[in-house]
Design a protein around this ligand. Structure first.
Ligand SMILES: [Zn+2]
Length: 218
């Protein structure tokens, strides 16, 4: 297996390939999308979206969660995601917000099992409890996949609802300057899916995004 040092050495040897782009980016960033994904090492935002430096503003955490806002969000809600979203939308002017879940998610497996030994992980995964409830009450969007994947699809979709409570998201949706997407990456076959509101299920992302009007309030 390659090590961290192996990777750094390779980057160093290829650094001149990126010199022009980084010189340009030293002046500032203007990413087109905010990508909220799981920390899982197999889900690499830049690979899945063919993006280079300066294109994605990335937030990653266990389970690709956006905790629901409690009150004004200044107490009770873990602030990291709220702050990152506000920065991306209000300062950087990002126009597409993606929440990306994936198959075989360890975070979702822990939620499903209900046995979490670490209190910090347990506290964090509370943001997935509404999804567990929704999945149990409404059933799977796709009955052909495993239970953990069914839960992951529900959770990824529901994080958009949590995000809609965030002041910055609410404002940009009202102004019509933000599109929101729920993506779901199937690791085994490498397919990227997106939630189709009209069909209430995930379909190939290229098909779903292809029919979405630009700059509409999702
Ligand atoms: Zn995961």
């Amino acid at each position: 297996m390659r090590t961290l040092l192996d990777g750094i050495r390779q980057y160093d040897s290829e650094r001149s390939d990126h010199a022009a782009r980084f010189a340009e980016l030293a002046e500032g960033q203007s990413p087109h999308s905010l990508f909220l994904g799981c920390s899982d090492s197999r889900v690499v935002p830049s690979v899945l979206t063919s993006s280079g430096p300066g294109e994605l503003f990335v937030v990653r955490n266990v389970g690709n969660l956006a905790p629901p806002l409690v009150g004004d969000g200044l107490s009770g809600t873990p602030p990291a995601v709220v702050a990152a979203v506000a920065y991306a939308l209000d300062v950087l002017g990002v126009q597409d917000l993606v929440v990306c879940g994936h198959s075989s998610c360890g975070g979702m497996q822990a939620v499903l099992n209900g046995k979490i030994s670490d209190p910090h992980i347990e506290r964090w995964l509370e943001a997935a409890q509404p999804a567990l409830h929704a999945w149990r009450v409404s059933g799977p969007m796709d009955a052909s996949i495993s239970e953990v994947d069914q839960l992951s699809q529900w959770s990824t979709r529901l994080q958009l609802e949590h995000l809609r409570q965030y002041p910055s998201v609410k404002r940009h949706l009202e102004e019509g300057t933000l599109r929101m997407h729920a993506f779901w990456f199937d690791i085994a076959d490498g397919r990227m899916l997106a939630y189709d509101e009209s069909e209430r299920r995930y379909r190939p992302a290229v098909d779903v995004l292809g029919v979405k009007p630009v700059r509409s309030a999702a």
